[in-house]
Design a protein around this ligand. Structure first.
Ligand code: ADP
Ligand code: TPW
Ligand code: MG
Length: 581
């Protein structure tokens, strides 16, 4: 340093002790724990939080509605095993995000909803604060854990607890309530830094008991018609190689639940996906891996599962209370899937007997028969398209682009796409999950693109798309490689219903021949209207190659669908129809 510089430095007043505040501590706590992305909607009191997070190098994706930001956070959690973060404003913003938090919890996806809130003193005396609401109380029953922070010095601990609660054991949603005053609370920067916690081993391995493994192997070995069911817990666990080895070394046929598709390629010789009805009905021993016996598996009983008492269930799950939830589990294996599958493989040894050929041959025959029946329908190149023709085109594209991520919602659009489009790699299919909820489309698509960088194909019923359609602006703003295909059949299930009184449109139909493609054009993206599978193929391939935000309005025959898609049996219908007055 030269003399002049030296004098200037000496003349400076002694610096104030460095300070930090609530805003910075939240950001530092997230970053310290490897969280780099926030999904949210800005406003009082969290506007500066988003701004400062962006300035600190985090990716902050601003949405048009909190539900979609929340869905994005939830699926980011599923894809990465780190809790996805959703950031909302008080009361209405919080409530908009809450559906996504509850959905994440229901699906066992780790996420943290961080919401600003109004001042405790005013809220608790119900004195009518700006956006007043007792958010903590409302969130509590809808998520795994809920915390509120009143002192800046507790932010580090609160974020650590939220992360642990979200990812340990059965993953789920966590709520973190941050009242407005917290953000501007200041504290000494050094003390602040020391108050932060880097979570060590956030989701500890949960090793299954050796006798549980021995019991499971005994039951499995006794099987004449064994079956493995892979659920989205197995996809989440990222134990892909071990699961493949379990399936291949045991020789047992398997069916994937929808978001477990691709864990092994759907074209795998042991996949019984195309003979699902047969194997569920006929199997004598069923090994469930990260799949619950809820409505999606007909609760493990009834017609779907054949004669009463004809099944023995083995279940691998991290949540002990899942066992016997619907039917008796004769061999519960409680632990994390990676540890459980590793222990099973250990116990199986190298010469596990292959299942009887009578069983695997019967499955093979059924599967070939069903696939052959399907093949012709998929080749139909007519206008207007039916679901099969359109999905046949998309099936080919997904086979050629196995890294692309498929997002899928709707009724017919969902059920038929799930059956027709093969998945080739793990965690590439994201859909309506445990609730069969509409509205996950654009949120999931955005997070999938942001988190993985891979192109996303969102196959959407026209109704389903409408729930999150405004987020096409978000897709354009962040220039994400997302191609949305709207299966436009003019309505919910079908586009042909009428109001018997002749006054209004029927409850299930939309504006006829709408042009959803123009919504994407409005924001600078690419819009295409297609009427044949060939045109659809061309447009999707162009979108995937260019990685430009694209929306394809795929004109589907309004008569083609069926009410409620595959789950018509759950749809109560009145047998009393009065004549219009
Ligand atoms: P699907 O809808 O595909 O049938 P579910 O959501 O019903 O799947 O079931 C997923 C199950 O996986 C849940 O019961 C959950 O507790 C369990 N699970 C999630 N992650 C793990 C893990 N790492 N290890 C063990 N079980 C897990
Ligand atoms: C949050 C009820 C299930 S499926 C569906 C609705 C409204 C839309 C089906 O029409 P779509 O598909 O998408 O055009 P298609 O191919 O059959 O024509 N609100 C929520 N979730 C659900 N599940 C519903 C309503 C529903
Ligand atoms: Mg429709």
């Amino acid at each position: 340093m030269n003399a002049l510089a030296q004098r200037i430095v000496e003349d400076l007043p002694t610096p104030e002790p460095e300070i930090t505040d609530g805003f910075h501590l939240v950001i530092d706590a997230l970053k310290l724990n490897g969280i780099e992305t926030i999904y949210g909607v800005p406003g009082i009191p969290i506007t500066d939080l988003g701004r400062l997070a962006q300035a600190a190098g985090m990716r902050v994706i601003s949405f048009r509605h909190e539900q979609h930001a929340g869905n994005a956070a939830a699926i980011a959690g599923f894809l990465t095993q780190k809790p996805g973060i959703c950031l909302t404003v008080s009361a209405p913003g919080f409530l908009n995000g809450l559906t996504a938090l509850a959905n994440a919890t229901t699906n066992c996806f780790p996420m943290i909803l961080i919401s600003g809130s109004s001042e405790r003193e005013i809220v608790d005396l119900q004195q009518g604060d700006y956006e007043e609401m007792d958010q903590l109380a409302i969130a509590k029953p809808l998520c795994k854990a809920a915390f509120r922070v009143l002192h800046a010095a507790d932010i580090g601990i609160a974020v650590a607890r939220a992360i642990r609660a979200a990812v340990s054991g059965r993953p789920g949603g966590v709520y973190l309530d941050l009242p407005a005053k917290l953000f501007s609370q200041v504290m000494d920067a050094e003390a602040g830094a020391k108050s932060l916690v880097k979570v060590i081993d956030a989701a500890p391995a949960q090793i299954p008991a050796p006798d549980a493994i021995a019991r499971a192997l005994d039951v499995l070995k006794s099987a004449k018609r064994p079956l493995i069911v892979l659920g989205k817990g197995a996809a989440y666990a990222q134990a892909d190689e071990a699961i493949r080895e379990l399936v291949e070394r045991s020789g047992i046929p398997y069916v994937p639940m929808s978001m477990a598709k691709g864990l092994l390629p759907d074209t795998h010789a042991q996949s019984a996906g195309a003979a699902r009805s047969l194997v569920l009905k006929e199997a004598d021993v069923v090994l469930l891996v990260g799949a619950r016996l809820n409505w999606l598996l007909s609760h493990g009983k009834g017609k779907t599962w054949g004669a009463p008492g004809s099944k023995k269930f083995i279940q691998i799950d991290i949540e002990p209370r899942e066992m016997d939830s619907n039917v008796e589990i004769v061999a519960p294996v409680v632990g994390d899937i990676a540890s459980c599958v590793a222990a099973l493989l250990d116990g199986m040894g190298k010469d596990w007997p292959t299942p009887p050929a009578a069983w695997t041959d019967a499955i093979q025959a059924k599967r070939d028969e069903n696939l052959a029946k399907m093949a012709n329908k998929l080749r139909k190149n007519a206008a207007p398209m039916d679901f099969h023709g359109a999905l046949g085109a998309l099936k080919t594209i997904m086979a050629e682009r196995p890294d692309a991520i498929l997002v899928n919602e709707g009724a017919n659009t969902l059920d038929l796409a799930r059956g027709i489009i093969d998945m080739h790699k793990p965690r590439k299919r994201l859909d309506v999950g445990t609730w069969g909820i509409m509205g996950i489309g654009m949120g999931y698509a955005i997070a999938a693109a942001v988190e993985t960088g891979h192109p996303v194909l969102a196959v959407e019923g026209d109704s389903a798309f409408g729930f999150s359609g405004m987020e096409v602006e978000t897709i354009c703003r962040y220039e994400l490689p997302i191609c949305v295909v709207v299966f436009n059949n003019n309505g919910i299930y079908r586009g042909t219903d009428t109001d018997p009184t002749g006054r209004d449109p029927a409850t299930t139909v939309f504006v006829r021949d709408a042009r959803y493609d123009r919504m994407m054009e409005a924001f600078g993206g690419v819009g295409v209207n297609v009427t044949t599978p060939d045109e659809l193929s061309q447009a999707v391939n162009a979108a995937m190659d260019s990685r430009r935000p694209t929306l394809i309005n795929a004109v589907i025959d309004p008569q083609a669908g069926t009410e409620s898609g595959n789950i018509g049996s759950l749809n109560p219908q009145s047998s009393v129809r009065k004549k219009p007055a």
